[in-house]
Write a protein that binds this ligand. Sequence first.
Ligand code: ADP
Ligand code: TRP
Length: 322
Amino acid sequence: MKRRALTGIQPSGTPHVGNWLGAIEPALALSESCEGYYFIASYHALTTSRDPELLRQRILDVAATWLALGLDPTKTVLWTQQDVPEVTELAWILSCMASKGLLDKAHAFKDAVTKGKKFVSAGLYTYPILMAADILAFDSDLVPVGRDQKQHVEMARDMAQRLNHVYGELLKLPEPLIQDSVAVVPGTDGQKMSKSYSNTVPLFLPPKKLRKVLMSIKTDSKTLEEAKDPDTCTVFALYKLFATAAQQQDLAARYRQGGLGYGHAKQELFVLMNDRLASPRDRYNELMARPDDIRDILTDGALRARVTARATLDRVRGGVGL
Ligand code: ADP
Ligand code: TRP
């Protein structure tokens, strides 16, 4: 039997290159050898979203992004979290298996507290429980995610182990799958690319706007003539993600030689990225013009996802005495 790979993306902003290379692309590659279960983490997004129209739009946006980048909905199950209520039911049962000490350690919550956020919701605090339910409801074997999500997958394992320890083997233990070569895609300021840092390269910008974003990448202030270090440069770090080995060697040599301005390197990055994104961008624009078709795909995916989640939930409910 094929192993099952599951991952989710929050509809909390415009999908960016970090989401693609860190989550979507590895997940799509995996769906060749595994059964792909990919969903839009709409309930997780409610920890930050406060605008209903925007949330609705972003759910479609993330779905169209998966489809434009190559997800085949006849082979891979694609749904949105609120359409599978079994997951939130399982989350309650898991919340009785998660210690407060475990949740206190979760990065998202700790960050909010450290930053002195005025409103830290219970939803943000229990976020790892809902994520554990997402993973465990579908008997997932592998969870392809960026490095920042590894802790959450480990917490899901912790909750599953505790439940299994008390009630017998009811839940399958998942493994995180982290692609080291793209573990952290840098943003335009050199930090991890993230919607929360306003440093993203959105995936489907028109070419002119894409170029403008790439031209805004922060670099040091070396002059055109000076030799430069490719290994500490954000432009080069992004270039590496799109270039062949030969292209990387060539650009690295020109960095070290001097005589190459950052503007030139950025232009070369733009050409590569724009080439790679041109046809997905067309597909994305076609899909976004037909939102009802996207909704039909999500509804069909949810029906299929619910069959699996129902079976797990029945097993767990029975196992715990309900
Ligand atoms: P963001 O940080 O922009 O809010 P999300 O938390 O919604 O992104 O991430 C969705 C998925 O994309 C997760 O699996 C996450 O690990 C991955 N991801 C996000 N940003 C990056 C990045 N810069 N590099 C690698 N993977 C990333
Ligand atoms: N927490 C993940 C993120 O912010 C999104 C997510 C929710 C997820 N549930 C999941 C990822 C289950 C993998 C598996 O990126």
